[in-house]
Structures are given as C-alpha cells and as structure tokens.
Design a protein around this ligand. Structure first.
Ligand code: 4FN
Length: 250
C-alpha cells in the first residue's frame, strides 16, 4: 500500500515511522509512506499556506491552492488515479477498527493533515473523499491522528505482522475488551494470580476469560456490546452478570 501524507510538518513523522513494525513494513516494501510538505506547493513568493478567514474571526485558515497542488501532484502518480483522499479532522467519522479494516484493503491512501483553525471548505468539496476523526479533544494538528490511522491500518496489511498473526487477529478482534492477563510471579506484592489460570483446565480458563471480557465490556464500554456477535453462552453469562450488578446495586 502506498500512503501519501500531506502535512506542513513532515519531520513530526520521523520518530514513529522509524520504529519497529512500521519500519519493517516499509523496509519489506509492504507499505510505502511518502511525506509531502504542503508548503512546497505554495503558489506565492513568501511560500505562505494560510490566510485570514473571510467573515473575520480569530486565527488562520489553510488556503486551498497548496493543498490542491499537493493532492493533484500525488494523485497523478497513482495508477488509474484511484485513491481515497482522507482529511483528518474533528468533523470526521469516528475512527474505528471497522474503518481500519476497510482502509487496509486499499492500494493507495492520501492523508491530509490540517493546521491552524482548519482547511478552506473547498478542499472538502473538491478533493476529499473521506473525513475521519480519531476522537473528541482539541489538537494542534492532524499529524498525530494520521500516525494513529497509519499504525492501525498498517498492522492489518497481510504480511506486516507475520503469517500466524491473521488467525490471532480474528480471535483477538471479537469487539470485546480484553480479559485480565498475568505472567510470573504467581504472587506479587500480596496479589495472587487467579487460581483458574494455574489449573491447567483449558475449558475453565476459556470460560473465565470470556466472562471477564464480557464483564469488563459491560462495566466500561457497554455501547461496544451492541456491535458484538454474542453466542448463547455469552447471553447466559451476561444475563447472570447483569443480574448480579442489579442485586448489588453496582
Ligand atoms: N484538530 C473540537 C472542536 C473544535 C476544534 C477541535 C480541534 C487541528 C486544524 C482541526 C482533533 C481531534 C481529532 C483530526 C476539536 C483531529 C483533530 C482529530 C484536529 C488543527 C483544525 C484541529 C469538539 C473535537 C473537541 C484543531 C472537538 N482526528 N481543532 O481539535 O485536526 O483527526
């Protein structure tokens, strides 16, 4: 997959993209990340890329010319010029594992990182195919969101994590929160590992883990349960958990 990232701060990507998995994915040719400095496409002599907002108000807006120039330059190099052009912005669809899976199937991605107070609306109307947000908080730019998206998408590309990973991915990606995990020592600062995990009874361990996943999801992220395919056993566990929570007024 080729990923073009359009940004005013390409140097921000050096650290995250030169470490471990993303580095290996690039070295092995599974992904090709191309950082494009939007300022290189400025059409004025002072190389500015922002301007004051029409209608007044505080701050600056990213002007359309350099962004159009940069997107058109990267898209013309794409075979068939077929690519999603994603604007990272607070107004976007909330990023999720489902969107990561959808994007991981693409041959090309173009990501635009906003700055200042945002981008001229004509960028959305004339260039952008997708708007995506990584969450509801104020940031200084779209660079960190772009890195989050690249990390989540890259690890889903076949071969990036290794061969056995896709099987694990399927069982890992149940849509539920993870169960509690332990390693040695058996007791640490007075806290013991649950007996069932030391029992060697695989069926009991599976049931305990499933129950813990369901309990944690119910307590912390109940909205996730609506997206999960539940088995009859899950429904039974949940019914009992909800009954207990009710009884204990939790
Ligand atoms: N952010 C909010 C409301 C108003 C403005 C912002 C905000 C960077 C260019 C956008 C933020 C969060 C998640 C991109 C936030 C994201 C951004 C993202 C982002 C500079 C303009 C800005 C209601 C969400 C708190 C700054 C809410 N995912 N403006 O952060 O780009 O992708």
């Amino acid at each position: 997959m080729k990923i073009d990232i359009l940004t005013l701060f390409p140097e921000m990507f050096a650290g995250p993209f030169s470490s471990s998995i993303l580095k290996r994915a690039q070295d092995s040719g599974l992904i090709d990340i191309n950082l494009v400095n939007i300022r290189d496409f400025s059409t004025n002599k002072h190389h500015t890329v922002d301007d004051t907002p029409y209608g007044g108000g505080a701050g600056m807006v990213m002007a359309p010319e350099a962004i159009f120039g940069a997107v058109e330059d990267v898209v013309k190099k794409i075979e068939g010029a077929q690519s999603r052009v994603v604007l990272m912005c607070p107004q976007g669809r909330p990023f999720s594992q489902a969107i990561a899976l959808e994007l991981a199937r693409e041959r090309n991605l173009v990501l635009i990182c906003g700055h200042y107070e945002g981008v001229d609306e004509r960028v959305r109307e004339g260039l952008v195919t997708d708007e995506i947000s990584i969450g509801d908080y104020v940031l200084t730019g779209g660079e960190l969101p772009a890195m989050v998206l690249v990390d989540a998408v890259t690890r889903l590309i076949p071969g990036v994590l290794g061969e056995s990973a896709s099987v694990e991915e399927e069982s890992f990606n149940t849509g539920l929160l993870e169960y509690p995990q332990y390693t040695r020592p058996r007791e640490y600062r007075g806290q013991a590992v649950p007996d069932v995990l030391l029992s060697g009874h695989h069926e009991e361990i599976r049931k305990w883990r499933r129950r813990q996943s369901l309990l944690r999801t119910l307590e912390r992220r109940p909205e996730l349960l609506a997206q999960v395919e539940l088995t009859d056993e899950d429904r039974d566990i949940l019914k009992k958990l909800m009954c207990n929570l009710q009884r204990l007024n939790l």
